[in-house]
Design a protein around this ligand. Structure first.
Ligand code: SF4
Length: 198
């Protein structure tokens, strides 16, 4: 772990595993050697990279914005949340100065964990830049579609709770309870380590 990582121990991208099942997150961060990086994970990372080139040629119309400045792969940190991450793109709207985080996804569905991810990116930008962030976008690569995410109080509280719990798991190395929906366990790659589930 780098020094920087000690201050910001939780990665935003780990939220997906946590929302699927907190125990998957536990295995990933507390027992990292038992989980290989799958082809699917590497493919997702590559897809995000190649999207940057396309994005530079694309107009901002997909986001309903006429003119704005784009920054790519923007590193973000939150001391308050203990979280670190990198935003695929940040748009600053020319007319209003509004700051908008954009996250690229290989998925065709804007799942709740993706919405929480955009929310926390917005919160981190607020903390670092002293601006108010009220919305973000998920860009669904397969559909070439941008979906707006409202960064409201409900999503903020939900994201804060999730990252607080992730930090506790990491700091205390405490195994959380199993998934509420045991149907998830049937196909889970960690099934053999969870002896207390059906
Ligand atoms: S087997 Fe079930 S409880 Fe265990 S990590 Fe997988 S989803 Fe979670």
């Amino acid at each position: 772990m780098l020094d920087d990582d000690m201050d910001y121990p939780v990665r935003v991208t780990d939220l997906k595993q946590f929302v699927y099942c907190p125990r998957v997150y536990f295995y990933q961060v507390c027992l990292p050697k038992i989980r290989p990086v799958t082809f699917k994970m590497e493919e997702g990372a590559r897809a995000g990279q190649s999207e940057v080139g396309r994005e530079e040629r694309r107009s901002l119309r997909a986001y309903g914005i006429k003119e704005g400045a784009r920054e790519f792969d923007v590193p973000v940190r939150s001391k308050r949340l203990g979280v670190r991450g990198e935003i695929d793109m940040v748009v600053t709207v020319a007319e209003t100065g509004e700051v908008i985080p954009v996250d690229y996804k290989m998925s065709k569905i804007a799942g709740i964990h993706f919405q929480m991810q955009v929310t926390v990116y917005g919160m981190m930008l607020e903390e670092m830049r002293g601006v108010k962030v009220t919305r973000g976008f998920l860009y669904e690569i397969p559909l070439k579609r941008a979906e707006e995410v409202e960064i409201d109080m409900r999503m903020r509280l939900r994201a804060e709770k999730a990252f607080r719990e992730m930090r506790e798991i990491l700091e205390q190395e405490r195994m959380p309870p199993p998934a509420r929906n045991v149907a998830k366990c049937v196909t889970c790659e960690f099934r053999r380590f969870c002896n207390d589930v059906v």
